[in-house]
Design a protein. Structure first.
Ligand code: ARG
Length: 287
């Protein structure tokens, strides 16, 4: 139920980069979700992904595509391919050798599409670990992106960066443990966010409580089904159908949850947000 005093939510049109999972499989393991002995169904992954893609278009968003590379089954998780604000694209430097060949493809794509492209020196996995919350960048570390990459990203974008330490290997990227519900807010306003408190160390949790007193705290059950790996346009929040508690919390706050099942892509340890990289244009492509 939507509570009577929930604010009216306004949609902001987004622009995303996605990659059709034509070569999706689980042939190696770099996170606890990946089990190469279990079979995967590439056609099913493509069909589930297509549903997400179609939903974005139906909502009026723009979606760009990058060509999938054979031999890179994780390239579908485009959130790791960079971090883009105001037309500046900070490229990825993947932690594990299995994904390192994706980086030049993303960097070439940004260049070919007119972004001011910065090649990183530090290990970082793009929007998997960097999320824009109002004016500040929330940056995850502990498993993938390094603390040095947080300093690099602060220099590239000349913005405040808040480092957050992840402690549970199942939630190895920031976007598996925290989601931004309001992609656009008035300067200085607190953006709506949701997070899984147990995924963070004590200091990071205290920092989140201080900065986001109105955040939605998500249950372990909803976190464990990747409920936080979601994409919001400020009104519509695309989430896993298994995150039923989070779905109710979103409705209470006046958001519109849309349920999309990416169960096949979860076998690779990724969900809705992982398959979605925000392309924030030079003129802030928002309404
Ligand atoms: N198998 C991929 C990896 O371990 C999954 C990446 C998920 N991406 C994300 N943004 N959380 O790198």
């Amino acid at each position: 139920m939507m509570s009577d005093n929930a604010p009216a939510r306004i949609q902001h049109k987004r622009r995303y980069l996605m990659c059709r999972p034509e070569h999706f499989t689980v042939s190696y393991s770099i996170n606890p979700w990946m089990e190469p002995a279990n079979p995967t169904d590439t056609a099913k992954a493509v069909a589930q992904w297509q549903k997400l893609y179609d939903t974005y278009l139906e909502l009026g968003h723009e979606v760009e595509l990058i060509d999938p590379l054979p031999g890179y089954p994780d390239m579908v998780y485009t959130a790791n391919g960079g971090f883009v604000i105001d037309g500046v694209a900070y490229g990825p430097e993947f932690r594990y050798v299995e994904r390192q060949g994706e980086a030049p493809a993303f960097i070439d794509w940004f260049r070919a599409n007119g972004f001011d492209t910065r090649v990183p020196e530090e290990v970082n996995e793009g929007e998997g670990d960097f999320l824009l919350a109002g004016d500040v960048i929330l940056a995850g570390t502990g498993f993938r992106s390094t603390g040095d990459s947080h300093a690099e990203v602060a220099r590239v974008f000349d913005r405040e960066v808040v480092s957050l330490t992840l402690i549970d290997p199942r939630f190895y990227h920031l976007d598996t443990a925290l989601t931004i519900l309001d992609p656009v807010v008035e300067p200085g306003a607190e953006p709506g966010i949701a997070y899984l408190p147990h995924a963070f160390d004590d200091a990071s949790r205290a920092e989140l409580e201080r900065r986001f007193p109105n955040a939605i705290l998500v249950s372990d059950e909803d976190g464990a089904v990747f409920g936080l790996n979601s994409a919001s346009d400020g009104r519509n929040v695309i989430i896993s159908p298994r995150a039923t508690g989070f779905e109710a919390q979103l409705r209470e706050r006046g958001y519109t949850p849309i349920l999309i099942d990416l169960s096949e892509l979860l076998l690779g340890g990724g969900g809705i947000k992982c398959c979605t990289l925000e392309l924030r244009g030079a003129s802030a492509v928002t309404e």
